[in-house]
Design a protein around this ligand. Structure first.
Ligand code: SAH
Length: 420
């Protein structure tokens, strides 16, 4: 592994010119074909394995120099020996293993500083968003005083790099605990040994996190995804600005939208198929009821597709509906099926809204583009026989900024519609 090589070369050597030259010389070089080179020159950070030119025998997780077939340097990257995404570019310069820790520290610090400008009304936000912070393969979320770290690549699983990142974040958030969250599927893809999520710094993995003044229980060692849905933070507030009357929040999870709606609506029904999620939603309700006015909230365990069908058939009506389903399109091939699923939900919701009713509808499928999503909504509105105005087209909260050209960093669509 690269880390072993780096440790061996660094030990006790003066950083003389010749030592540095030796180090630079020891960096593996990966050659990419014209497609890979065009991708990097066009501003993307990834090269797929199919665009590498053999030999490709760099160690798992190592720093590599990337060149085109004419031996021109394209930059320095982190290499994965197993993922289809073989190359994740770090910089257009040729850097050494010796320079890598300082570069990572600099990137972590600027990610932290950026959030100080964009994350308002919250003690919880994404601190490091992988490619979008030029730290491809690294995620860090802050839930009040609990930080959750995710290493998504062989490189960020390296003990030396994890330590650099950990030292840097504990220095900037001295009172926070750090939980390492493990995605078993990703570790498999990266051929990393299985590991459990665990507390790696501090005392506690649980806390209370506050978004827009609404409080949520957070457990860094439980819950799906990374616990709460930080990418929706600004959309919760936006949905609440238009919400009124009787509200229905489908796919509520632990009550993200429902608890925001409850502050302005007469009643809210939060629907999810997961009982454990609804149990936390109910605890979150208690947490907020103590300090804030709230409309009636009912938590309902149900399949949202069946429920919407039954309610639409029965002529039930609402003033506010939120749809925030899980990603239906996990791959490009699934897009047509996903769009049919989205259409079914949105069509029924549009039918059930009273005049001046508001639908906040989301998709977190990266493979479904915003234009496909809007087109689907148009066709759902036409079939529902409703004329609909777009109030807002939104995306991820500002602490999840997409990186231009790296389309994969832009995945969340949130459209707020007014039924006329
Ligand atoms: N709106 C939530 C996040 C939703 S995540 C928030 O802002 O926090 C998607 C949720 O959909 C999960 O909680 C999952 O349990 C639920 N879910 C998945 N399929 C479902 C179905 N068919 N019916 C109802 N809920 C479903």
């Amino acid at each position: 592994m690269g880390k072993r090589r780096a440790a061996r070369v660094n030990r006790g050597r003066p950083s003389s010119f010749s030592a540095r030259k030796l180090l630079a010389a020891s960096i593996p070089v990966i050659t990419v074909n014209h497609r890979g080179a065009a991708r990097l020159r066009g501003g993307h950070l990834w090269v797929y394995r199919s665009d590498l030119v053999p030999p490709t025998d760099a160690p798992a997780g190592s720093l590599v120099h990337v060149r085109d077939e004419r031996k021109r340097l394209l930059g320095s990257a982190l290499y994965s020996s197993s993922s289809q995404i073989a190359i994740r570019l770090l910089t257009s310069d040729a850097i050494t293993e010796e320079q890598l820790p300082a570069l990572l520290r600099e990137r972590v610090v600027s990610a932290i500083e950026f959030r100080r400008h964009v994350a308002h009304d919250t003690d919880s936000y994404r601190v490091i968003f992988s490619e979008a912070d030029l730290l491809p393969g690294l995620m860090l979320d802050k839930y009040n005083d609990v930080l959750t770290l995710q290493a998504l690549t062989q490189a960020f699983d390296r003990e030396d790099l994890r330590q650099v990142v950990l030292d840097c974040i504990t220095e900037h958030f001295p009172r926070a605990s750090v939980v390492e969250r493990v995605d078993a599927h990703i570790r498999e893809l990266e051929q990393l040994p299985a590991r459990e999520s665990q507390l790696i710094h501090g005392e506690s993995a649980t806390t209370i996190s506050t978004l827009n003044g609404v409080r949520f229980h957070f457990d860094g060692l439980g819950g799906q995804k990374t616990g709460a849905f930080l990418d929706q933070r600004e959309n919760y507030a936006a949905a609440a600005r238009y919400a009124h009357g009787e509200a229905l929040d489908c796919f509520t999870y632990q009550g993200g939208f429902a608890l925001h709606l409850a502050r302005v609506c007469d009643s809210v029904t939060g629907v999810d198929s997961s009982r454990p999620a609804l149990e936390v939603a109910e605890q979150n309700e208690q947490l907020n009821r103590a300090t804030h006015r709230s409309g009636e909230i009912e938590w309902m365990e149900a399949n949202a597709f069946d429920l919407l069908k039954d309610y639409a058939t029965a002529g039930r009506q609402y003033d506010t509906i939120v749809l925030d389903p899980p990603a239906f399109a996990k791959t490009k091939r699934n897009v047509p099926t996903a769009l049919r699923g989205y259409k079914e939900l949105n069509l029924r919701a549009l039918k059930m809204l009273r005049p001046s009713g508001v639908l906040t509808t989301c998709s977190c499928s990266f493979h479904v583009s915003e234009s496909e999503f809007l087109e689907m909504l148009g066709s759902a509105a036409a079939d529902a026989g409703r004329r609909v105005r777009i109030l807002e087209k939104r995306g991820q909260a500002a602490d999840h900024p997409p990186l231009l050209i790296v389309a994969e960093t832009s995945y969340l669509k949130c459209v707020i519609l007014l039924v006329m």
